[in-house]
Write a protein that binds this ligand. Structure first.
Ligand code: MTE
Ligand code: MO
Length: 301
């Protein structure tokens, strides 16, 4: 399927691969944690920056199935078996069933897209994801007319995901989108990054990427997609409804109860740029604002 949106970012906007790989250490360095892993010149730049709070740091590297520590996913995710892999698509679809990863990949057109992608924790990067539009997969399953929402679930396998032995979240990790959000061409299932297979700590073999929403909406290692007429539960909303709403659109005017979301730091070029204002819908306002016409986005945050 052809691109259905205009990409205004170029190769020059992409965060260098090395910076991407080192970002956990880079961010850790900002809090004075793991200083030994930071290269000299980078350290000098960091020292001029106000350190992040503990809450910010602990949220950077999020894949709680592998532990809550920022280095846990990179350390433990290799244990995950991703072959064979299938996604159950059920609920309000004409063609429910288990779709194997191989079958899905054979039917989808995988493209490279360049996304500005930021996390709720106030940093931003530009990532070249490879993937396909979620809409294409949903069309394959045949969405029924009464469906209004899409629910997603991550694998539950405590033998390989030791973080699931602890009730830090209610497993499985679940997420949801309204159907029109899910069908939007910016919503992709990512299978690769920087032209390589997606690393396990980033959600192999398939994870969602919703670039106008905060990072936690981008659920990793998906095994189930359910079409429904009711707003599906979402993990962070279940854990803390006051801090995390269903929509979670990047919105600089709505502060998180514990921190401002008005600005972000761009990671790139080996040095930190100054804080820059966060853009409404993470810069995708033109593409997605229409989805929320008439909605009070402070109420539906
Ligand atoms: N299954 C699952 N998906 C998840 C998470 C998680 O803990 N478990 N963390 C989320 C959060 S909070 C963020 S910021 C992003 C981080 O994705 P990245 O490591 O690829 O940048 O993944 C999201 N998807
Ligand atoms: Mo996050």
């Amino acid at each position: 399927m052809a691109h259905r949106w205009n990409n205004d970012l170029t190769a020059a906007d992409v965060t260098p691969y090395k910076t991407f790989l080192n970002r956990r250490q880079i961010m850790a360095g900002m809090a004075g944690v793991g200083l030994g892993t930071i290269a000299g010149p980078l350290m000098a730049a960091e020292e001029e920056l106000k350190p992040n709070t503990w809450e910010e740091i602990t949220s950077y590297n999020n894949y709680y199935e592998f532990g809550t520590g920022k280095e846990d996913p990179a350390e433990y995710a290799h244990k995950l078996t991703i072959d064979p892999w299938s996604i159950k698509i059920d609920g309000m679809v004409d063609n429910p069933g288990d779709y194997s990863f191989g079958d899905i990949m054979a039917k989808m057109t995988v493209e490279e897209r360049i996304y500005r992608f930021r996390c709720v924790e106030a940093w931003s990067m530009v990532i070249p994801w490879n993937g396909f539009e979620l809409a294409d997969l949903l069309e394959l399953a045949g969405v029924q007319s009464g469906a209004k929402y899409v629910g997603f679930e991550t694998l539950v396998r405590p033998s390989e995901m030791h973080g699931q032995k602890y009730p830090v979240l209610d497993w499985p990790y679940v997420e949801g989108l309204r159907l029109d959000e899910a069908m939007h061409p910016l919503t992709i299932m990512a299978t690769g990054i920087y032209g390589k297979d997606i690393p396990k700590q980033n959600g192999a073999p398939m994870r969602l990427v919703v670039p106008w929403k905060y990072g936690f909406k981008s659920i990793k290692s998906i095994v189930r997609i359910t079409l429904t007429d009711k707003e599906p539960p979402t993990s962070w909303n279940k854990a803390n409804a006051r801090e995390y709403g269903f929509y979670s659109n990047v919105n600089p005017t709505v502060s998180h109860p514990r921190w401002s979301q008005a600005s972000e730091r761009k990671i790139g070029g080996g040095l930190f740029a100054k804080r820059v204002p966060t853009l409404n819908f993470n810069g995708y306002e033109e593409d997605v604002a229409g989805l929320y016409d008439g909605m009070d986005l402070a109420e539906f945050f």
